[in-house]
Write a protein that binds this ligand. Sequence first.
Ligand code: ATP
Length: 237
Amino acid sequence: MLEVNHIDTYYGELKALWDVSLTLDKGEIVALIGANGSGKSTLLEAIAGLLPPTTGEILFEGVRLDKEPSHRIVEFGVCLVPEDRGIFPGMNVSENLELGAFSKRGRKEKEETLHVVYGLFPILKNRRNQLTRTLSGGEQQMLAIGKGLLSRPKLLMLDEPSLGLAPLVTKNIFEAICQINQTGVSILLVEQNVHIALRVAKRAYIIENGRIVQHEQAKNLLRDRRVIQAYLGTHYA
Ligand code: ATP
């Protein structure tokens, strides 16, 4: 479904991704793991068209994405929920969700999708008239994911969905992510909680200093000595 082939990406003079390749099959959850500053967000931004690669190509369902502007990439069914959540604190919950349906894809099935999002996150329905800035961190993350779903993605890219959340809230968010995946939405996941990421993902890529250094079935990485030492902690072994 998604093919990233040998891309390089720059911030001005700074090269952030070096010859990065990655694939994702329809229906998969794939995790991208790496330390701070290793290039995880940059890769998601490259796929979303926010920071197009200078070399290489990105294909989605056989269509070249890397020459397309970001709003067209959303129309192809690719949506990024960014690390800063991309929601507007001064607007209420339902206004933020409405904004998620700005694409033609999203507009067509807005009411139906809204129903799905409120079913997945009932608290958002209860708080639909509440200002977003007054929501808890977990509710804001639910809103960010809900807003992403309103664009009717085939591929949902989530950047650090557990950031700043308590363990129980993280568990709820990940249950929702698995439910979303069960409805047929493929997921590319960047997550600092490597343990939970490797439990929900089928495969994972490890990125270091802008380069993919390992690519494996997630269940194998959970037993990999190097991964345990670098990302899970030795107590895990
Ligand atoms: P984190 O988990 O800390 O967000 P990350 O793996 O997502 O890390 P990126 O945010 O993709 O890492 O950053 C990759 C590299 O690009 C880093 O060296 C970072 O300093 C640099 N970088 C990121 N954003 C910018 C920017 N807007 N301008 C210049 N350099 C940037």
